[in-house]
Design a protein around this ligand. Structure first.
Ligand code: ADP
Ligand code: ADP
Ligand code: ADP
Length: 213
């Protein structure tokens, strides 16, 4: 399957992704994770992306389309993929369609993580991340066994620099202005499934499984 996850910051995309991936053997491409790795390695891409990310604004379409184009060439992505955090603009969605068309492929389903903005601040400010795997925890909703430590590897967890109430505001603005139109773009194609993302993680997983079965 070729799947896209769309939702505001904190809506649970990263939490559901590994479950979908394990069940359907897809490759998981999260542009936010890839960009953060580039920022932290101070690559030319990371240096260009950092300022926008710190402010909670979107990185330019050209940069992200470039990384997705590159990443989708991996053998593990040929049969299917989950795109998490991409496309975030209509231009990105159009570019993705062009890329897939060349391979005679298309997007099968778009999962729309629908949730009220008011819930997101608590989710975002309580989030802890294991950077190399993308695994997330939450101080209240999904605490790690030992605070600040990844359950699987024992490595330290971080709090993202942009996971503050102030930067969340800009990220939500960007979501409503630039990313919500992408949901409309795919609705016209009749492939959007709406999830009630404010429910507990296990209930969201059940909804996802229903949509994909
Ligand atoms: P979240 O999971 O909280 O929604 P991400 O980790 O997906 O956030 O993204 C973090 C930041 O990386 C975004 O605020 C944006 O600056 C940048 N980013 C990620 N994906 C894209 C994209 N497809 N287009 C433009 N910018 C992106
Ligand atoms: P996204 O990738 O969409 O930005 P995450 O999956 O990282 O969102 O989730 C944001 C935070 O909220 C994380 O700390 C995560 O543990 C927590 N979380 C995810 N899904 C739920 C849920 N259904 N209910 C409560 N908390 C959740
Ligand atoms: P600064 O030097 O300005 O503090 P960093 O380059 O350390 O910024 O980090 C930029 C952003 O990337 C921060 O949100 C940080 O939490 C996150 N980050 C740092 N290292 C990693 C990594 N290895 N993988 C993913 N995210 C990371």
């Amino acid at each position: 399957k070729r799947l896209i996850l769309i939702g505001p910051p904190g809506s649970g995309k990263g939490t559901q992704s590994p479950i979908i991936k394990d069940e359907y053997c897809l490759c998981h491409l999260a542009t936010g994770d890839m960009l953060r790795a580039a920022v932290s390695a101070k690559t030319p891409l990371g240096i260009k992306a950092k300022e926008a990310m710190d402010k909670g604004e979107l990185v330019s379409d050209d940069l992200v389309v470039g990384i997705i184009d590159e990443a989708m060439k991996k053998p593990s992505c040929q049969k299917g993929f989950i795109l998490d955090g991409f496309p975030r603009t209509v231009v990105q969605a159009e570019k993705l369609d062009e890329m897939l068309k060349k391979q005679g492929a298309k997007v099968d389903k778009v999962l729309n993580f629908a949730i009220d903005d008011a819930i997101l601040e608590e989710r975002i400010t309580g989030r802890w991340l294991h950077p190399s795997s993308g695994r997330t925890y939450h101080t209240k909703f999904a605490p790690p066994k030992t605070p600040g430590v990844d359950d699987v590897t024992g490595e330290p967890l971080i709090q993202r620099k942009d996971d503050t109430a102030a930067v969340l505001k800009s990220r939500l603005e960007a979501f409503h202005k630039q990313t919500e139109p992408v949901i409309g773009y795919y609705s016209q194609k009749g492939i959007v499934a709406n999830l009630q993302a404010e429910k507990p993680p296990k209930e969201v997983t059940i909804e996802v499984q229903k949509v994909l079965s």
